[in-house]
Design a protein. Structure first.
Length: 210
């Protein structure tokens, strides 16, 4: 599926649209228009029409969008029509919580290995997996073909581990560590910083109280 020319802000909103469409399908709603989808997603109809226009000729004027067809189209754009393998690097409290999150499997992502450097954690069985030493990282990546890494590691070791992951074939990193990664062209990084998000939330709260 061609993704060139789709703005990054639109790509960021597509998973939200997909989630709402899946909810519509669960409710056995066969068709939605931009207004209905906007209500479900908490946005506006004009934004949805503009975003979906980047994906090609979709929907029928005066009728709307076929839910199943739009689910399939957005899934193809997002590259999730086939299951993708991921590894979790860092089995602390945060990593352990993520490993138990069912949303990954439901959205087509299978965590196939988990790594840590703490001898007390290595060998622990959790969720059908055994925590492995980071020393085994390259071999396991080669054996599993995983192309995504979820990192919940201490900041001082995250770049070094990311370098190893990339050399071993990882092409996408979801980074929850408090450090900005430098990666080669062709490797995608999504930075998740909860403290930053909380500060933005605090800003909005402050604005409402002024």
């Amino acid at each position: 599926m061609e993704r060139a020319g789709i703005p990054a802000t639109t790509i960021q909103r597509l998973p939200l649209y997909l989630r709402c469409l899946l909810q519509a399908e669960e409710q056995r709603i066969p068709l939605v228009n931009s207004g209905t989808l906007a209500e479900m997603c908490g946005t506006n109809a004009a934004q949805i029409r503009k975003d979906l226009s980047y994906l090609g000729e979709l929907g029928t004027r005066g009728i709307g969008y076929e839910v199943r067809a739009l689910i399939e189209h957005i899934s193809a754009v997002l590259g999730i029509t086939e299951r993708r393998r991921a590894v979790l690097v860092g089995f602390g409290r945060f990593g352990g919580a993520l490993l138990g999150y069912p949303g990954f499997a439901e959205r087509g992502f299978d965590i196939v290995a988990v790594f840590d450097s703490d001898p007390d954690k290595i060998g622990v069985s959790v969720g059908g997996l055994t925590v492995l030493s980071v020393d085994e990282l390259e071999g396991v990546l080669q054996a599993t073909g995983a192309e995504i890494a979820i990192m919940t590691t201490p900041g001082d070791v995250t770049q070094e581990l990311a370098d190893r992951l990339v050399r071993a074939g990882v092409r996408g990193i979801l980074n929850l560590a408090p450090v900005r990664l430098v990666v080669p062209e062709g490797v995608a990084v999504r930075q998740v910083c909860l403290s930053t998000d909380l500060q933005v939330l605090s800003f909005h709260l402050a604005q409402n109280t002024l």
